[in-house]
Design a protein around this ligand. Structure first.
Ligand code: FAD
Length: 154
């Protein structure tokens, strides 16, 4: 099995899209991620999976905190921006929830404190205890087979 075949198969799992954000020394760093899931209800835990190549890895290791911002259908440009896919420099405004930077206009903003970090292969799984959250009544952005989609109600 080659890498392309593995990636193609994993891409068949339709997901939402998030921007993970954290702050180190007064500077906010954001990164697009779809490797996110809910882990536990009691206590309330989530997980994100961050590549060893991503700058975000050191940032979360330093701050011990992060937010997960579930993107809305109107935030595809932000997904591309925080995946490093747009050449033009873009100023992005962040708000604070529970003292952690969050992206305005996202469907849900989930503030977390890192409770564990597991290195697995070339990624680190950060377990985050949810300390605060906000929800907006918006449609989500969807990612499937390497393309952005939107939800269609049956
Ligand atoms: P950089 O590549 O340096 O930063 C990303 C971009 O964000 C840059 O353009 C930077 O200028 C901009 N940026 C950062 N902070 C700010 C700020 N405060 N204000 C304005 N701009 C800012 N990778 C994973 O490890 N895990 C995943 O689950 C994952 N899922 C992905 C899902 C999708 C749909 C896509 C498209 C990509 C995904 N990636 C994932 C890849 C990841 O988003 C990219 O590799 C990303 O470039 C890595 O970010 P970085 O932390 O190395 O920082």
């Amino acid at each position: 099995m080659d890498d392309r075949q593995f990636r193609n198969a994993m891409g068949k799992f339709a997901t939402g899209v998030t921007v993970v954000a954290t702050e180190v020394d007064g500077s906010v760093h954001g990164m697009t991620a779809n490797a996110f899931m809910s882990v536990s209800l009691n206590p309330k835990l989530v997980v994100v999976s961050i590549s060893e190549k991503a700058q975000m890895l050191d940032k979360i290791n330093q701050s011990g905190k992060f937010s997960v911002n579930i993107l809305s259908s109107s935030q595809q440009d932000l997904s591309m921006h925080f995946a490093g896919q747009q050449k033009n420099h873009q100023e992005v405004k962040f708000d604070l929830v529970g003292g952690i930077p969050v992206l305005p206009g996202s469907v849900a903003q989930i503030a977390c404190e890192v409770t564990a970090a597991h290195i697995e292969g070339d990624h680190t799984l950060f377990i985050g205890k949810v300390t605060d959250l906000q929800i907006e009544d918006l449609e989500p952005l969807i990612y499937f087979s390497g393309k952005y989609r939107s939800l269609i109600e049956e």
